[in-house]
Design a protein around this ligand. Structure first.
Ligand code: KE4
Length: 429
């Protein structure tokens, strides 16, 4: 059994000064029980906690570590940029390089604005969509998470086809009344919403491959349907690619699925692990942003030179290597191994995967949306999580989160992971 004494001491102190002892709720292990460990260092596919325990990391800081932790090219770029100053609040060359990179890698993006988190990117994209269309309502889908902007902390309301209700304290009902929450993968619900709100829907925001309720995929034709119905109603299609961007393909999910959204939100990978977000799309839409147009959006640290240098290094490394082929090979090996292990143990597991993003649901039924995901056996997942953690494998600390592979993982890592899964599943028996 691993000793985590120093983590326990740190957590006890953290609880005195930080709400819940964490700076983001999912880190608190509330979904799996126990206490979080504290990281001392990370390198490649591995992390070490402050007690010296080593783990193979399948969270990758929730997506940014697609090249593994502390990649030499990123570290060198950060050190070099930092030596020249950490922030200017004045345009710097890195911002131009980053903007050109994103526009070259994602054809739907003619112009892009940097910000500092995924939340900022989606919040700003929605404001921009409303400003461009002069409409108020936004469609989102249950199970999709787009950050914690007030209007997105919402659940389907009683008037499900016309307005949402807050699903967080502190969010006035008025802030969510223009957000319509629909079930994912159900075209009829979207058709009905547009019929019920003619000329009032500014846009549809969606995670093209939802990774915040575990992981499930769009059914064949679903994204094409959304593209068409948005266009035919003069609404904007907004792809939230904070998680999928530059991960599911060089050009993100929109390249993988062949869809051209009107706006795209980015984060995670484009920061190389530093705080970054971005949103971009057609120039005629983006030019509505201040200082050119009437839609205000700003940020003291937007385009920060160190964050830009880290993100540029990450994107250039991904563009220069066969990263996506390797991520697919590793994903296939993990999927095959886990499916065989579950079958051998006689335990029902739905293993969903898209490229290097995956989720193992403890369920006997396929998972295509949030309702399906909610049927999974969370008690079993808890025991699975801790069984793997105690063997040195760190999975996402919730059944409703995705796992992430990196180019730093190896076939040997996958083989050892599958062996550990076999052992844990036998214990779950
Ligand atoms: P941030 O504000 O956390 O940078 O990004 C919000 C966001 C927006 N859109 C998508 C598709 C996202 O996945 C996220 C954030 N993802 C979670 C992982 N489930 C971040 C982890 C956390 O909240 O600590």
């Amino acid at each position: 059994m691993m000793s985590r004494t120093k983590s326990e001491q740190l957590f006890a102190t953290a609880l005195r000064y930080i709400p819940g002892g964490v700076n983001s709720p999912v880190r608190a292990f509330l979904a799996v029980g126990g206490q979080p460990f504290f990281v001392d260092k990370a390198k490649g596919a591995r992390i070490w906690d402050v007690d010296g325990n080593e783990y193979v990391d399948y969270v990758g800081t929730w997506g940014p570590a697609i090249l593994g932790h502390a990649h030499p090219r990123i570290i060198k770029a950060v050190q070099s940029a930092a030596a020249n100053g950490t922030s200017f609040g004045i345009p710097n060359p890195f911002e131009v390089t980053m903007a050109r990179l994103i526009c070259s890698l994602v054809p739907s993006v003619q112009k892009v604005r940097m910000c500092n988190s995924g939340t900022e990117s989606t919040m700003s994209a929605i404001r921009l969509a409303r400003g461009f269309t002069k409409r108020d309502k936004i469609i989102k889908f249950d199970g999709c998470y787009h950050g914690h902007a007030d209007s997105l902390l919402v659940k389907a309301g009683s008037g499900a086809l016309s307005f949402g209700h807050p699903d967080s304290a502190g969010v006035p009902a008025a802030f969510t009344e223009h957000t319509i929450v629909l079930p994912f993968n159900e075209p009829a619900a979207v058709t009905a919403a547009f019929k019920a709100n003619p000329g009032r829907i500014a846009g549809i925001i969606i995670e093209p491959v939802p990774g915040n309720a575990g992981l499930y995929l769009p059914k064949p034709g679903y994204l094409e349907f959304l593209r068409e119905i948005a266009k035919s109603n003069d609404a904007l299609l907004i792809f939230d690619e904070v998680m999928t961007g530059f991960r599911l393909a060089r050009g993100g999910a929109q390249e993988r699925f062949g869809i051209t959204p009107d706006l795209t939100c980015f984060g995670k990978v484009i920061g190389g692990g530093l705080p970054v977000g971005a949103f971009g799309g057609r120039a005629e839409i983006m030019d509505c942003l201040a200082p050119l147009g009437p839609v205000y959006q700003a940020g003291t640290l937007s385009g920060n030179p160190i964050a830009m240098a880290a993100g540029i290094a990450a994107l250039e490394e991904l563009a220069a290597t066969d990263a996506y082929a390797k991520l697919e090979q590793l994903g296939q090996a993990l999927e095959s191994g886990l499916k065989h292990a579950a079958s051998a143990a006689g335990i029902p597991v739905q293993f969903n995967r898209c490229g290097s993003m995956f989720c193992a649901y403890f369920s006997g039924e396929p998972v295509h949306n949030l309702a399906d995901a909610m049927k999974s056996d969370r008690e079993r997942f808890k025991r699975y999580f801790h069984g793997m953690l105690n063997q040195g494998f760190y999975l996402a600390p919730s059944q409703f989160e995705a796992g992430f592979l990196s180019t730093a993982h190896t076939e040997t890592d996958i083989e050892k992971t599958v062996q550990a899964v076999r052992k844990v599943l036998r214990q779950l028996g």
